[in-house]
Design a protein around this ligand. Structure first.
Ligand code: HEM
Length: 142
């Protein structure tokens, strides 16, 4: 289960911080080496990139306790066919998501204790288990 503090992050940091972190995640994702994250971000049309920005922004708000306006796909459907491996996923979390949070002023303790759990937990239906669809199954994922 995600740490109890995960659901308090939206109240703590607010909408503007979430918008800023989301923008950082998108720009770092697009700039990330394809050798580490694969080519899926490069393959997006401008329209798809805009949809991703809207939907990822809303997804993050819900995941951390904000109002639910998410209208995107399930994580399973969103990442279907992208062939994301566990190594690519872990790289993305460590080298895209974590720096996006810290560069926007989130202290390490909140990143590790509160922001990390929803995207690192491994159980049926979790973000990680549903997003990683290629290569060996992450241990703990069905
Ligand atoms: C923290 C982990 C992740 C979260 C929370 C996440 C979340 C999302 C969300 C909410 C969407 C939008 C779904 C929609 O528009 O219906 C999405 C799409 C996408 N994700 Fe992820 N994702 C994660 C990891 C990754 C990783 C590791 C990659 C690639 C290495 C990736 C590549 C993509 C791409 C390319 C799309 C756009 C797909 C399309 O428009 O066809 N994601 N993701």
């Amino acid at each position: 289960m995600a740490a109890p503090c995960s659901s308090m992050m939206y109240a703590k940091y607010g909408a503007a911080a979430f918008t800023a972190v989301n923008a950082s995640i998108i720009s770092k994702a697009v700039a990330a080496p394809t050798a580490s994250v694969g080519t899926s971000f490069q393959g997006l049309t401008q329209q798809q990139a805009m949809t991703l920005t809207t939907n990822l922004g809303a997804f993050l708000v819900v995941a951390y306790g904000g109002p639910n306006t998410y209208q995107g796909k399930s994580m399973l459907a969103a990442h279907q066919g992208l062939n994301i491996t566990e190594a690519q996923y872990d790289y993305f979390v460590s080298n895209v998501v974590v720096p996006a949070l810290s560069e926007n002023g989130v202290p390490t303790a909140d990143i590790m204790n509160c922001f990390a759990p929803p995207v690192t937990e491994k159980k049926a239906g979790s973000v990680k288990c549903d997003t990683v669809q290629s290569g060996p199954r992450p241990s703990g994922c069905p």
